[in-house]
Structures are given as structure tokens and as C-alpha cells.
Design a protein around this ligand. Structure first.
Ligand SMILES: Nc1ncnc2c1ncn2[C@@H]1O[C@H](COP(=O)(O)OP(=O)(O)OP(=O)(O)O)[C@@H](O)[C@H]1O
Length: 337
């Protein structure tokens, strides 16, 4: 069955000060209802601009944005009914009052008159994000992770249909982040809310998103499920964004025993194994990056540098020599990058 769409942009362009290299150009995207769509791209590629266009925070220079198939009005002084249905959590906490309590910050999004309604809504939102005990704390005194939870609770208080998240976890430590990611997935499942997520963290996007949109220099260059983009990226750009990998020229690939006809070879760190030393320990360990339950090795031979992940108990210190086996690689034409 085809996904029902909730938001779409049709050939939307938004540039700043007439500079075609800023903002986004000619973008057509479809956001499926009740799913998590991730927007991924290098810094300055246009992710936030796209999010602002999709949420009515910015007026396109040309093209159209549709919400449930009808044109989405741009937000002005008057809030349109559509705008309440699309909530945005941005990187800064600009709409939060630092000195006010969590409770008061949430209450500001609700009509003042009905006290019982307010009480019920704020309690529900705080419980949903597991932060009821923070209700009397001034917002400004909370940790980065707690602030993030409050901001999301505030965005959800009026039960929006779409939740736009711009780098929602970047101030949050790994443990807290997993809990928050889990809660957001749960809300998506239970409420059927649609999420559009911008993130720089590949593992976050791969584990959370149902669909990924890859944006480069203001244009959509690839899209698909996380599995599809991870397992068979069409573009070098996509592979480099999603995976810890090594990029080699055809000449460098030859050093690794790979004959490339196309020009660029990408090897994911996970596809390089440390092999039996009998094969020849010709690679020099240049750097060891401790990652907790594994370590990432940077190895070098004949001016070729590779990254690989070592999960084994045996460790390879800087300066030691190792042999390797490459189990999979991707070839790209340079023009595809
Ligand atoms: N208000 C603005 N005025 C001028 N240029 C802007 C403005 N907003 C964005 N740009 C430019 O448009 C391009 C895309 O910016 P955008 O913030 O959408 O990228 P991004 O992918 O979200 O970046 P990041 O990952 O660094 O947050 C950048 O070159 C940026 O400098």
C-alpha cells in the first residue's frame, strides 16, 4: 500500500539575498504520514531551510508547500489552524523563558482561561516525556538533555500532527539520548504523529528514520530507506555521510588488492577485518581510537589510509603491523560523488 502523504514540497526554491548557493533549490519531497523522515546532509547543505519551508516558517521564492494536499500558509502574525498542527523544536531554546519554571513554560502554549484543561494537558505532556518531577525547576537551570525533553514536551502539548526536530539530541549524552530516541519512537507509534528529523548523527538517523532524504548544496540527491542507503548508496556523498569509511582513488584501491574501473572506491570500516598474519602484516597501525566496546584503527600502507573497527579482545597498539581482509567495497564514478 502506498504511504499517505502529510506534507510535500513541489519544486520549492528559497535563496537568501539572491545567492543561489544558499538555502534550497528546486526541491520536491514527500513526507509520509505517521513515519519518521530523516533529513541528512553536510553542514550548510540546506536541512534547516527545508525544515522551515515544510513547517511554514519561511516563504519559498517559488514552488509550493502542501499540508494534507492544501497549500500551507506561511506563518505571520496570525497563527493559522494548520500551524498548530505542525510543531517545531529548533536547535536554540529561543521560545523558552529561562527564569520561568518548566510548568509555566509549558502553560504558555495553552489558553489561560481553562485551569483544569491546562492542568491536565501539562501533566500529560510532562509524563509523556518522563519529566514530571522537573515541573517546579526554572528552565534555565536544567541540563541540556532535560531542556531538550521540556522543549519536546512543549511542542507536543497541543498534540500536533507533525513534529519537526532540528538536531534534537545534540546536547544530550549517549545514555540519555537513547532514552529520548526510544520515547519519540513510542510517541510516533502510539499517536501516529509524523516526525521530520534533522541530525548530523548517522547512527541516530539509521536507527530512527523510516525514510531518509539526502540533501547536498540545496538539492535532494538521494532518498530511500536507511537500509537501502546504507547497503547500496548511489552516491559517494551519501556513503561518506552515513558511514565511517575510507575513500580511495583507483590507484590507492590497487594497494588494497582492488581493481577499480570507476574511479573512487569506498570501504566501510566494518568491512575490513584483521586477517591472519600469515597473509602479510603490511599495514602500520597509525592511530587507535578507543570507542568503549571496540576500537577504531587507522592503518596505513604505501600512503593509503584505511579505517577499521576491531571488536576482538586482541588489541593492536600504535606502531604494530597488521594484515587485513576486505570483505566488501563500493565503487563510484567520480561524477557521482
Ligand atoms: N537567514 C539566512 N541568511 C543568509 N543565508 C542563510 C540563511 N539561512 C541559511 N543560509 C545559508 O543557506 C545555506 C543552507 O543553510 P541551512 O541552515 O539550511 O543548512 P544546514 O544543512 O541546516 O546546516 P547545518 O547542518 O550547519 O545546520 C547555508 O549556506 C547558509 O549559510
Amino acid at each position: 500500500m502506498k504511504d499517505e502523504l502529510i506534507l510535500e514540497t513541489i519544486t520549492v526554491t528559497k535563496n537568501f539575498f539572491g545567492d543561489k548557493s544558499s538555502g534550497v533549490n528546486n526541491i520536491t519531497v514527500f513526507i509520509p504520514k505517521g513515519k519518521i523522515t530523516g533529513i541528512v546532509g553536510e553542514s550548510g547543505s540546506g536541512k534547516t531551510s527545508l525544515l522551515k519551508l515544510l513547517s511554514g516558517h519561511m516563504k519559498p521564492d517559488s514552488g509550493d508547500v502542501f499540508f494534507h494536499g492544501a497549500p500551507l500558509p506561511v506563518r505571520g502574525h496570525n497563527m493559522e489552524p494548520e500551524h498548530a498542527k505542525i510543531a517545531m523544536v529548533s536547535q536554540d531554546n529561543s521560545d523558552m523563558e529561562m527564569a520561568a519554571t518548566v510548568w509555566d513554560n509549558l502553560g504558555r502554549s495553552l489558553p489561560a482561561e481553562d485551569v483544569n484543561y491546562k492542568l491536565q494537558k501539562i501533566t500529560q505532556a510532562l509524563n509523556l516525556l518522563g519529566i514530571y518531577e522537573l515541573r517546579e525547576q526554572p528552565f534555565g537551570k536544567l541540563s541540556g538533555g532535560e531542556k531538550q525533553r521540556v522543549t519536546i514536551a512543549k511542542a507536543l502539548i497541543n498534540r500536533p500532527e507533525v513534529l519537526m526536530l532540528d538536531e534534537p539530541f545534540n546536547q544530550v549524552d549517549a545514555n540519555y539520548r537513547e532514552g529520548l530516541q526510544h520515547d519519540i519512537r513510542q510517541i510516533v507509534k502510539e499517536w501516529g504523529v509524523t516526525v521530520v528529523l534533522v541530525s548530523h548523527d548517522p547512527s541516530e538517523l539509521l536507527s530512527m528514520a523510516d525514510e531518509l532524504i539526502v540533501i547536498k548544496e540545496g538539492e535532494i540527491v538521494e532518498h530511500g530507506s536507511p537500509e537501502k542507503l546504507y547497503e547500496s548508496p548511489k552516491l559517494l556523498y551519501t556513503a561518506k555521510i552515513l558511514v565511517s569509511c575510507s575513500e580511495l582513488t583507483a590507484a590507492q584501491a590497487k594497494v588494497c588488492g582492488i581493481k577499480s574501473k570507476r574511479g573512487a572506491v569506498v570501504i566501510y570500516a566494518e568491512h575490513i577485518q584483521i586477517a591472519s598474519m600469515a597473509l602479510g602484516a603490511k599495514w602500520l597501525v597509525k592511530q587507535v581510537l578507543y570507542k568503549g566496546f571496540y576500537e577504531e584503527l587507522i592503518i596505513e600502507r604505501d600512503e593509503v589510509t584505511l579505517r577499521l573497527q576491531n571488536f576482538a579482545l586482541r588489541k593492536y597498539p600504535v606502531g604494530s603491523k597488521v594484515g587485513i581482509k576486505i570483505t566488501k567495497f563500493y565503487e563510484f564514478g567520480k561524477w557521482l560523488g
